[in-house]
Write a new protein. Structure first.
Length: 324
């Protein structure tokens, strides 16, 4: 996909910010990848108090822009907020409200959802935030339809995400929506993260993280499955290929990927269908068989359920985006 105009992304920093949270939107949107065919963004880190800001990691950073950067941005990201959930500066609240009124996409990652809620942008909307402070959020903002069990929530031009790494999922999702699955996949490969986790998955796994050897044991199978999504796969056959019992395989698979075998396969097939719709002119029936859905009817059903748009409309949407 290409775009005639470079999009400005304003990322809001503040005194005491976490460097990791600040880096997430900067990593996804900030690096120039035009040689790889990816869109180029103009990322501007701004703050209510520009200049030298402390981080919570023991070093400082210099932020050159004030909140005037938000007025020029098509995407505004509040990547986190203070752990005490203190009130945001009134000038930041007003800037976010003005950005929303003019149609900019406004994103609150992790505790950044508190700032969006304070600005009234989440009233009556579904939203999420870090699970640890979800009870406090629900008490403080009862008008928001809080969904603390999900990775991220998109409602029109307002997005929120759960804690820490879910911010990566949210930003990659926004990149995917604007520029397509292949662009988001390239960014994910560069960052060495999963290119797509559905927003309905639990934001964290209570079980202990599996040992490296266990993850490595499934890695060849996952790579093989990714190359053979067009085929039907029985659970018992996959367990035998992994040299595990059916019960042990399903348990290890969930621990390693955070989801079931069936849901993982469907997510991968949906992502492949997106890429085929964007990058080929194959008929929908051929896309359906190539992505492992068997028929155009099955593809349309699952695609519409996941993305709220038909495969044909999705292809038309991204065809228009490549011309703009």
């Amino acid at each position: 996909m290409s775009t005639a105009a470079t999009e400005t992304v304003a990322v809001v920093a503040f005194d005491g910010i976490s460097p990791f949270h600040l880096s997430v939107p900067c990593m996804v949107f900030g690096e120039d990848r035009t040689e790889a065919g990816a869109p180029r963004f103009r990322v501007q880190v701004c703050a209510p108090e520009p200049g030298e800001l402390r981080t919570n990691a023991g070093f400082s950073l210099v932020v050159p822009h004030g909140l005037e950067a938000i007025r020029r941005a098509r995407i505004v990201v509040v990547p986190s907020w203070r752990d005490d959930c203190s009130a945001a500066p009134p000038e930041l609240v007003r800037a976010l409200q003005a950005a929303h009124r003019r149609g900019a996409t406004v994103v609150g990652l992790c505790l950044g959802a508190f700032v969006l809620a304070e600005a009234g942008l989440l009233d009556g909307r579904p939203a999420t935030t870090h699970w640890k402070l979800a009870p406090a959020f629900a008490r403080q903002y009862p008008k928001v339809k809080l969904q603390p069990e999900v990775l991220y929530v998109e409602d029109g031009n307002v997005l929120t995400s759960a804690g820490t790494a879910a911010g990566i999922d949210c930003c990659l999702h926004l990149l995917r929506v604007r520029y397509g699955a292949e662009t988001a996949n390239r960014a994910a490969r560069r960052m060495v993260v999963a290119p797509h986790r559905q927003g309905g998955q639990a934001q964290y796994i209570e079980q202990p993280v599996p040992a490296t050897a266990e993850r490595d044991r499934l890695a060849p199978l996952l790579e093989w499955l990714g190359r053979h999504l067009d085929r039907p796969h029985e659970l018992d056959d996959l367990a035998r290929r992994a040299l595990m019992s059916r019960r042990n395989f399903t348990r290890r698979f969930r621990e390693s990927t955070g989801t079931t075998v069936g849901q993982w396969m469907q997510n991968q097939r949906l992502a492949l269908a997106q890429r085929l719709l964007e990058t080929t002119d194959h008929p929908v029936e051929r896309v359906a068989t190539g992505a492992g859905f068997g028929s155009a009817v099955s593809l349309r059903k699952h695609f519409l359920s996941a993305f709220k748009v038909s495969p044909t409309a999705y292809r038309q949407q991204f065809s228009r985006a490549s011309i703009d």
